[in-house]
Ligand binder design. Structure first.
Ligand SMILES: Cc1ncc(COP(=O)(O)O)c(C=O)c1O
Length: 395
């Protein structure tokens, strides 16, 4: 991948009709929605160009029962090669998007009033999936400590009662960038087995793990854990193609799959379109060199961001993310009059993701998306420092 694939100008980026570059004013730098400001991998672009050139827009026949066999095959090969996880192709369900899968799994495996365990802070649609379906959020908090973001695994047992049905796990975790260790995952698995819970494991960020840390699909740990786990994942975050709408649900047993389809028959699940399928297959089968370059760039950005904030803005507390291009910034010590989101939007012209959407107690937090060029990242950091300095001088 050439160096300028990471160096797209603001003008080029603003021409994209995407929410990242369109939602806020032309003077605001976006660092919110989980998208990257990079050119996509060549194999993905070639696959998209081929569809257009051949006008290949009919009902697809790419093998398998539903014409999407190449996707199931690529998913299996990818899980084996990256995570040494052997999957059963019969238990894969291609879907258009993972948020819908979160909702449908919650609806299929619980009743209104039932408890769903969620670690806070958490990706906003998880809150919505629990609240708007009338389920009860069982809060399992991640705490900031010397070693980073962690939870007390023993506390999980105490949170669960007879109406708790699901542990909704996000691994790697959005927004903290934590990657759960084998020990932590085994503890989730133990609790789920002992208390007869379903695990819904969103592993969409599994491709974005930095050196020194390892992603482990929780369903790969044992047949007992797999039998109660639905894993959802896609290439859309790692390969930056979220608008192409394609992902997979993986049922850890045939019984789980049957129970899901008793609630939502396969034909009632929105499947992916051909662009999503072909782009995902290209990404998983031929995109690893691109991804290696992206991770090296993101790794530089993550270190630079940490060094800058620790040096210039020491009142902001943060931990080095182990995965993702997101970081969770605690701005409480800045003593801001309103929310941290409003402060940076109004005074620095930066749009982060506001912390309240991730945690009701998150008004002093923002989520920072640092997947951009070195030049734009520097602009964002400089604007942050300037706004914080002006605010301190005024106080
Ligand atoms: C943890 C997590 N799950 C799901 C999604 C969205 O997935 P989809 O676009 O397939 O609904 C995101 C997007 O940022 C995410 O961070």
């Amino acid at each position: 991948m050439s160096a300028n694939s990471f160096d797209l100008s603001i003008d080029v980026l603003r021409n994209r009709q995407n929410s990242k570059w369109q939602r806020y004013g032309a003077d605001v730098l976006p660092a919110f929605v989980a998208e990257m400001d990079f050119a996509v991998a060549r194999p993905i672009q070639r696959a998209m160009e081929r569809l257009g050139a051949d006008q290949d827009y009919g009902y697809p026949d790419r093998g398998g029962n539903h014409g999407d066999g190449t996707l199931v095959d690529a998913f299996g090969k990818r899980m084996k090669s990256r995570f040494d996880w052997e999957i059963d192709p019969a238990l894969v369900l291609p879907v258009a998007n993972l948020v819908q899968s979160t909702f449908s799994t919650i609806l299929a495996f619980s009743q209104p009033g039932d408890g769903v365990v969620l670690q806070l802070p958490a990706y906003p649609p998880f809150h919505d999936a629990i609240h708007s379906t009338g389920r009860r959020m069982v809060v399992h908090r991640l705490n900031s400590g010397a070693e980073g973001w962690s939870h007390a695994p023993q506390s999980l047992d105490a949170l669960i009662d007879d109406t708790t049905r699901i542990i909704l796990l996000c691994n790697p975790q959005n927004p903290t960038g934590r990657v759960f260790t084998e020990e932590e995952l085994r503890e989730f698995g133990r609790v789920a087995c002992e208390r007869d819970l379903i695990i819904l494991s969103d592993e969409i960020h599994c491709d974005l793990v930095y050196p020194g840390t390892k992603h482990i699909p929780i369903a790969s740990l044992s047949p007992e854990i797999a039998a109660r786990t639905i894993t959802i994942t896609s290439a859309t975050k790692g390969f930056n193609i979220p608008g192409l709408r394609c992902g997979v649900m993986y049922f850890g047993s045939a019984d789980l799959q049957k129970r899901f389809h008793a609630y939502l028959p396969a034909r009632a699940v929105g499947g992916p379109g051909i662009h999503g399928v072909d782009a995902t297959v290209a990404a998983w089968n031929h995109g690893q060199n691109w991804l290696d370059d992206v991770l090296a760039h993101l790794d530089r950005n993550r270190r630079h961001m940490m060094q800058f904030i620790n040096r210039e803005l020491p009142a902001i507390k943060l931990h080095m993310p182990e995965a993702t291009y997101l970081n969770w910034l605690d701005c409480s010590a800045l003593g801001l009059p309103g929310s941290a989101f409003d402060f940076f939007h109004d005074k620095a012209k930066i749009a982060f993701s506001g912390g309240e959407a991730f945690d009701p107690e998150g008004k002093n937090f923002v989520r920072f998306n640092f997947a951009t060029s070195a030049a734009i990242l520097d602009k964002i950091l400089d604007r942050m420092a300037e706004a914080v300095r002006s605010n301190a001088n005024r106080a």
